[in-house]
Design a binder for this molecule. Structure first.
Ligand SMILES: Nc1nc2c(ncn2[C@@H]2O[C@H](COP(=O)(O)OP(=O)(O)OP(=O)(O)O)[C@@H](O)[C@H]2O)c(=O)[nH]1
Ligand SMILES: [Mg+2]
Length: 716
């Protein structure tokens, strides 16, 4: 494989709604660049990008694929990404690594929820976008409406470089306003005829060209001056302006394709070569220490791993981008994350599952390697003496969870191993062994995402499993002060046990003064705080312990035992066995015995007194509440809102974002265990959401009664 210099590299992520034609477009770009002889199809399960069995089964991409093609001496790396909303992980890694994004539109459907979501990601990662209006050969295609919607949602930076003359089933021609020519394809696509623009289209073409020139001029003050003077720009000035506009996200050029009919690839490749930035033209990468790493082949060697894939007969392949320097075969580097030495003994470039060896990889290029010892995705490897750690890719929070169990216990170990392998390929799966719930929980992006995981386990790894709805991690707390005392006394021959503890417990809230006095059931208690201990509970919330003993009735040395007793009860709450939180405990009186008192006695007395007081203190069960941000097309708003009302949610806010409504709501976790699926069915797959843990809050009274009863039944 040829070695390409930094300026001759373009890194392109292909994103867009499911079915917009990304994989088919990738295929014709590979074919056009001479990388494949035959154009594969989705129906024929023969594309280079969708090579995995699961992708044949689902007839769509599941993971991103690293591809490359060549155009006039420039290497174009293509990261074909999945469009289905649940497979967002592949989109996030592709966008974060690429320098330019091709956002593919299905011109029958206009802007779809996936388009909107991926657009937002390009904005978040601040990456240039080229828009490809695909599917121009359908009878329901509506190019003008699609572009209108795009302008409405993404702004006036959307400018046409091309427009179709005859969209629909006979689609064969586009007018290109940079070249000011008409391209006309035969039935088999490929190389178009280049014709003069017909007289009937000339005015429209000129008008659109002027819009493009104006947009190009707007990206640069000098160009703007030239434009005002001459009322136009030369081809060269236009190119400069477009490149600047693309990089600064002021200009988003639109191209026309019918990927299935092999129409439109050549001009797109020309444009990528001429107007998409090479990696060194993009802002420097950032490290965890906020240092900038310029994409410079003469800089210190540094590579960042962004993707892993497990291939039959080969094992794990790790993909990286060279952030700086030039990497050669047999390069010795140091992993900054795991602090171990690694030798890059093999270097290759890929087209789906096909690999080609390469001797050197320049800064900005993408390559792959195998057989590393201690390297994973997100790690940075540097030449000795350099200590950079590139900022890891931030993936979206999970929003769907399930408990997973191997049907046969003998498969437990294997299950763990395979789950980790799947997780390496798709970092949006999160594995959690909850010691609290004693369950292995898999978090993912939606039911489809977890069903895909199950497909791997059933078909690829042959491990039968069951998926169970996970328990909710409830908490317990109190709402008012209460008093209790307990005497633990045991006399059975030999040494006895004796410990007596009197305590008052009350709710903890932030910035509350130290306890001074309580009035409980008509009786007054004065507290004299001698010592305070504050515990940050690992399950959230606080426990504050006040030693208010006067006159040494309990020796200070017994306090840790009392705390231990209370803590044990907090770990196994008196109502339902859930963790307790946010409680202040004042031990103010008690008794000890010269001979019989010991730690165990005070631990027991502390635990019992706490448990008794807890039950008198207006105990409440708390449930986890999540912040949901739901993005829903305006036409489905009513259905989504009424569904939310049935889920004990509190609407926090609503805003409109051009055709979409954004709803912010607080919803209990117990009500959204299958929300991803429900929302998809309510909205016909057009709505999406993000969720994030917000807080714990008390469950309604009837639910509390039910939960306590369930716990008692379980205990029995
Ligand atoms: N008629 C027509 N069909 C197309 C065009 N582009 C793609 N298709 C078809 O649309 C379907 C989806 O195409 P893909 O290339 O898999 O789309 P994708 O965007 O990669 O889909 P995901 O990977 O699932 O996100 C396939 O049946 C393609 O043959 C096009 O321009 N015209
Ligand atoms: Mg695809």
């Amino acid at each position: 494989m040829k070695v390409y210099k930094t300026g001759d590299i373009r890194n392109i992520a292909i994103v867009g709604n499911a079915g917009s034609g990304k994989t088919t477009l990738s295929e014709i770009l590979l074919h056009r660049g001479g990388k494949i002889k035959r154009v594969g199809t989705i129906d024929g399960k023969s594309t280079i990008s969708d090579y995995r069995i699961i992708e044949h089964e689902q007839e769509g991409s599941v993971l991103s694929s690293v591809l490359h093609t060549e155009w006039n001496g420039v290497k174009i790396n293509l990261l074909d990404s999945p469009g289905a909303l649940d497979f967002i992980g592949g989109v996030v890694s592709s966008i974060s690594i690429a320098d330019t994004i091709l956002l593919v539109l299905n011109s029958q459907n206009g802007i779809e929820v996936g388009t909107e979501l991926h657009w937002r990601l390009t904005d978040k990662f601040n990456k240039p976008v080229i828009i490809v209006a695909n599917h121009l050969d359908h009878d329901k295609t509506n190019f003008d409406k699609t572009i209108e919607e795009a302008k409405e949602k993404f702004g006036n930076g959307i400018v046409l470089v091309q427009y179709p003359v005859d969209q629909g089933p006979d689609f064969s021609s586009v007018i290109d306003v940079i070249k000011m020519k008409m391209f006309k394809w035969s039935r088999s696509g490929g190389d178009p005829e280049i014709l003069d623009i017909p007289a009937s289209e000339l005015d429209k073409a000129k008008e659109i060209r002027n819009e493009l020139i104006e947009a190009a001029a707007e990206s640069d003050d000098d160009l703007m001056e030239i434009f005002f003077e001459n009322e136009t720009l030369t081809e060269e000035e236009m190119r400069t302006g477009i490149l600047k506009g693309i990089i600064s996200r002021g200009l988003f050029p639109v191209f026309c394709t019918s990927a299935k009919n092999n129409i439109g690839s050549k001009r797109l490749l020309d444009f990528i070569k001429n107007a998409a930035p090479s990696p060194d033209k993009m802002p420097a990468a950032i490290t965890i220490d906020d240092e900038e790493v310029e994409c410079d082949p003469s800089g210190a060697k540094s590579i960042f791993f962004f993707k892993s894939s497990v291939e039959e007969h080969l094992g794990q392949i790790l993909f990286f981008k060279v952030m700086s320097g030039i990497i050669s075969e047999n390069e010795d580097l140091v992993n900054e994350n795991s602090r171990s030495k690694e030798r890059i003994s093999q270097l290759f470039v890929t087209n789906g599952r096909n690999r080609e060896k390469v001797s050197k990889v320049y800064a900005g290029d993408i390559s792959a390697t195998v057989k590393l010892k201690n390297t994973k995705c997100e790690h940075t490897l540097n030449q000795k003496g350099t200590n950079l750690q590139i900022l890891p890719i931030k993936y979206p929070n999970p929003k769907y969870r399930t408990v997973i169990k191997a049907l046969s216990e003998s498969n437990d170990e294997k299950l763990g191993e395979y789950l980790n392998r799947i997780k390496d390929e798709d970092p949006t799966y999160i594995l959690e062994y909850s010691t609290e719930l004693k369950q292995l929980i898999i978090h993912g992006q939606g039911e489809h995402h977890l069903n895909t995981l199950r497909w791997y386990l059933d078909n690829q790894f042959k491990i039968p499993t069951e998926f169970i709805i996970p328990k909710i991690p409830y908490r317990e707390t109190i709402t008012k002060p209460a008093q209790a005392d307990y005497r633990h006394k045991k006399q059975s021959g030999g040494a006895g046990q004796f410990g007596e503890v009197h305590m008052i417990i009350e709710p903890y809230t932030e910035n509350k003064d130290k306890p001074k006095a309580f009035k409980i059931d008509g009786k007054e208690y004065t507290m004299n705080v001698r010592d305070t201990q504050e515990f940050e509970l690992k399950w959230g919330g606080k426990f504050i312990f006040y030693n208010c003993i006067v006159g040494g009735v309990i020796d200070t040395s017994y306090m840790p035992a009392i705390i231990k007793g209370v803590m044990e009860k907090m770990e196994n709450g008196p109502l339902t066995g859930s963790y307790a939180r946010d409680i202040r405990v004042c031990v103010y009186y008690g008794k000890m015995h010269d001979v019989d008192s010991n730690e165990i006695s005070f631990k027991i007395a502390g635990a019992k007194a706490f448990s008794d007081a807890f039950k008198k203190a207006g105990a409440k069960i708390l449930e986890p509440i999540y912040n949901l941000e739901i993005m829903v097309p305006s036409s489905r708003m009513g259905d989504v809102m009424s569904d939310l009302q049935g889920r004990r949610s509190i609407i926090q806010g609503m805003s409109s974002a051009k055709g979409f409504e954004i709803i912010q709501a607080k919803v209990p976790l117990a009500e959204i265990s299958k929300y991803a699926t429900a929302l998809s069915s309510i909205s016909g797959g057009r709505a999406t959401y993000e969720m994030e843990f917000a807080e714990y809050s008390p469950v309604p009274g009837d639910i509390q009664v039910q939960l306590i009863k369930n716990h008692e039944d379980e205990e029995e």
